[in-house]
Design a protein around this ligand. Sequence first.
Ligand code: UD1
Ligand code: CA
Length: 449
Amino acid sequence: MSKPLVAVVLAAGAGTRMKSSLPKVLHPLCGRPLLEWVVRAAAGAGPEEICVVVGHGAGAVTDHLTTLDVGVPVRTVLQRDQLGTGDAAACALASMQPGERDVLLLPGDMPLVTSETLASMVSLHTDDATAVTMLTAVFDDPTGYGRVVREIGGGVSRVVEEADCTREQALIDEVAVSTYVFDEPRLRAEVARLGTDNAQGEVYLTDVVAALFPDVDTVTVDADEVHGINDRAQLAATETLARRRINEAWMRAGVTMRDPSTAYVDAGVELEADVTLLPDVVLEGATTVRSGSVVGPGVRLVDADIGRDVTLSYCVVRESSLADGSDCGPYASLRAGCVVEEGAHVGTFVEAKKSVIGPGSKVPHLSYVGDAVLGADVNLGANTITCNWDGVDKHATKVGAGVRTGSGTLLVAPLEVGDDAYTGAGAVVTHDVPPGALAKGMPARNVEG
Ligand code: UD1
Ligand code: CA
């Protein structure tokens, strides 16, 4: 009979080896904080709630958790002093009423554990009705991990921390990865009895395993799923695994990657089938790319919304959208707030900021477009610049539909250029241009009609 399940995530540790002002569990892995990977995995195992034990950097960690919606309530418990994993578990237990439930406990620095693995532990625990089901893995290099000591019959009798290992025990390559499903009353009883009689003088949660022997089950998973992160070298190595997992999932969903080893796709990115990623692309944040679009080579997208059949090469796009059939690059930068409408073209050596490029419009070469709204079918000649900054304030430029500017036009804002107007090459336009007029000269003079 299955009991209610509560998940407890241990995330109070200092993470000293990261040598960082940012709490360890907030370091991003493929754009998502370590702790968020863990909380999402835990949520997938079906708990009633998730209790995160916080301590070091508690404020920042709690702030991040409040931005999350994982479909399960998430709350935090403060562990005042980081006395060890056993003390962290005690803090979590102290925050809940004693009761007949299972406790899924896992560390906040092990981002790649999957919901499937956690759920399989919970169901084995339920079927066998043991006191604890623990997760183990066999590591090529077990250095730093607690070693799993098994009896002749194969049952786990205890976990020995590296600092406490005999030479013989240090050779054991099966390790504990701080992930357990406990029967709550048994855990509560044993945690209350834990001491600090060990090499590190810490309260070890792992000592509960020996106390519960022989009532211990294990689930063993591939080592790649359960690497803990203690320093930035491990962070990078784990990110490589995460990236491979993300890329494989997108390729199976219909995305072509010319060279997946050079495609950096954040965990929060959405891609449609028949998107093509060429080499050296970095897709970050809440970026979306729709079907038929070709991204790369050499593209960075940050919170970008890319429509269908869009072509992007050698460009950076931030907090901007490109509608169906538009294109950008090579060598272009779209800064925050750009809306490139259907079929529009942003070409070579172009920078745009907080601007609308209307449907079918072209900004082909060497332009700066800032705080501007371009209507449909505009063509800005090479080196057309919107002069949006007067030294004190930013001003807007409005360019009507069908406008053509000559090469080297300076549009001095605030300015409105009427529909179907023209400017001559090198025009310095300081006054509004009526629809259909030609503005020429420096400063430009308007020639009606
Ligand atoms: C722990 C385990 C070890 C296991 C390894 C990797 C113990 C005694 N050792 O060692 O068997 O192989 O993890 O899974 O449990 N934490 C707190 N409060 C504390 C101390 C730690 O919340 O007072 C949290 C940390 O933030 C971290 C997790 O518990 O998320 C593990 O702590 P860490 O210091 O990394 O433990 P290890 O020494 O790696
Ligand atoms: Ca650790």
